[in-house]
Design a binder for this molecule. Structure first.
Ligand code: SF4
Length: 321
């Protein structure tokens, strides 16, 4: 059955959209606005040492995030729970695929210890996909939230979950009941590109997941992100924004896709900073509470500052109502 959220998308897609060819190898050189400094700071080394000592994986390292120098210098790291091995093989993602190890029972406490030692006001916790687990790993998210609330009650908690394929209803109910401050789940790209970029996932299932978070607890902020530069068309991105607003998503993040290794999907286009500004203006007009759209924006980039902005925006909105 087609999702009600899908109807608007289908209705506006009357003409077949041109498929942009991937960039030829001689054009793959990154533009100046993508260049970042190599991580060399003391803060970076300390953050890495802490993660190793507590046996924690981070998406910052596993996804080869270009912002790692900046974020880790400020002791902002995004912890990746449920191991470092994913059961999916998305064409954009650098996290290794395979049969994951058993769930680490000490992991929730180690995440809480890391948050306490780093003095985090806001923490982002994500995970690999664990299609092998009966609950997709939802109970580990709940344990992490509970451990954080015990150890650092003032730390606000943002979770970035997988889609919990075929078990999302119960998984989302359990996580929402644990009351994270922000529930993030990324749509990643436009629906047309799912078969090649995110083949194990379904666009409308992801939208419904986010919609269900809001339905279960409207006080939880919802957040989702897309990568651009994968061959999507502008109108398709606008439609994704409309679909997100239909699901009442509060915060949109948009960033440039970067090819982590030659085996991954190629960059089709480097979207200019001005184009990001144009996307951001359109997204704001569509009613998101907050929009972050720059070439280096990632789901967890500046997440603490953005949480404060989102809270302020909601308070301002409520005051007006
Ligand atoms: S943007 Fe997110 S994933 Fe990248 S280094 Fe910063 S905290 Fe880590």
């Amino acid at each position: 059955m087609a999702s009600p959220l899908g109807i608007a998308y289908l209705a506006t897609m009357t003409e077949p959209l041109p498929i942009r060819p991937a960039m030829s190898p001689e054009r793959v050189r990154k533009p100046d606005w993508i260049r970042v400094k190599a991580p060399t700071s003391v803060g970076f080394a300390e953050t890495r040492a802490l993660m190793r000592r507590l046996n924690l994986a981070t998406v910052c390292e596993e996804a080869a995030c270009p912002n790692i120098g900046e974020c880790w210098t400020k002791k902002h790291a995004t912890v990746m729970i449920l191991g470092d091995t994913c059961t999916r093989a998305c064409a954009f993602c650098n996290v290794k695929t395979g049969m994951p190890r058993a769930v680490d029972a000490l992991e929730p406490q180690h995440v809480a210890d890391a948050a306490a030692e780093l003095g985090l006001e806001h923490i982002v916790v994500t995970s690999v996909d664990r299609d092998d687990l009966p609950d997709g790993g939802a109970s580990q998210f709940v344990k992490v939230i509970e451990a954080l609330r015990r150890a650092t009650p003032s730390t606000t908690i943002e979770i970035l979950t997988p889609d919990f394929r075929n078990k999302s209803e119960r998984a989302v109910e359990a996580i929402v009941a644990a009351r994270p401050d922000v529930y993030n789940h990324n749509l990643e790209t436009v629906p047309r590109l799912y078969p090649t970029i995110r083949p194990g996932a379904r666009y409308y299932a992801s939208l419904r997941l986010l919609e269900s978070v809001k339905r279960l607890d409207p006080t939880i902020f919802t957040k989702s992100g897309v990568m651009v530069g994968l061959g999507e068309e502008r109108l398709e991105v606008h439609q994704v924004m409309d679909d997100m607003r239909s699901a009442d998503i509060d915060f949109l993040t948009m960033g440039q896709y970067l090819q982590p290794t030659p085996k991954h999907a190629k960059v089709a286009e480097f979207v200019t900073p001005d184009m990001f500004k144009a996307y951001a203006a359109i997204a704001r007009a569509k009613g998101f509470l907050l929009v972050a759209a720059t070439p280096l924006t990632r789901s967890s980039y500046h997440a603490g500052d953005d949480f404060a902005k989102m809270k302020a925006a909601r308070e301002a909105q409520l005051a007006k109502a």
